[in-house]
Design a protein around this ligand. Sequence first.
Ligand SMILES: [Zn+2]
Length: 322
Amino acid sequence: VDDSIADVGPGPCALAVDVGGTIVKSALVGAGGSVGRPSRARTPREGDTALAVVEHIAELLDRARRDHPDREIAALGVAVPGIVDEDAGVGVFSENLGWRDRPLRRMLEERVDASVTLVHDVRAAGEAEARIGAGAGHDDVATVAIGTGVAAALWAGGRPIRGRGYAGEIGHLRVTDDDMRCACGGVGCLEAVASAAAIERRYRRLSADENITGAQDVIHRAERGDPVAQRVWNDALDALTAGLAALTAVVAPEVIVLSGGLSLAGDALIDPLSTRLVARVRLVPAPRIVQGRFAADAGTVGAALSTRPRAAGTSPVGGSTS
Ligand SMILES: [Zn+2]
């Protein structure tokens, strides 16, 4: 595959798909393991989104086969958001895409002629970073995705901690006494203060400035001395510090890999967060905080990894996803 972004190791020629709330990314995976640069398309949202997404993925596979008649694309790896039961192949819940208990793997298998794996987007991104990305070489890695929401993928002793699909939902740790409402129904959640979406939303509300273009714009304004931006960014950093300190106390990662849209802020995020975390944690050594290697493509690389035979020692505890 030309213009490869990652090497996931040998296996079937495959299509890797990462279904996001607004964008679907898809990439061809060569038999040798090279992952091509993902193409992007708008996530279909009309009607029954689970059916529309399955149909869209089937069309992507048909097109990839037409475009590459020389290749036998035998596998399909799909990452989806929300709560996912990977063993059963079920999308348990996605607020963003509006499905509940949909057997997405079976629906795909009935529609396409390929072997299908279904994985959780953040966990897949975490596996990509832990095994072949910024956390490679470490057994204990937490990948924290900060985008529309905040969630972690945990890798301990060289294995994923999945908790039946529920592990790592640190976005709903209560980290502030402010009575900010969260989409989950809770109050003071990390995600309600420090997700990229929340940072933009809070700035917009407190400044009444409609020209803001996103969380990174808030960071730039804070650096230039805008007091409202400084307050919103400081609150976000405090909330993230509290969340990462709790994560550190529970699983003691050696490395925390930042992923998702906010991670593109790079040192403007990593430097102050590292300083605060070192000052905050006690007893447990502070993990090193690093930027993800695959940035916004980590979920696609993780979907590609899901199509590969599992190396010994990396199979999830309590079952196989093969
Ligand atoms: Zn919440």
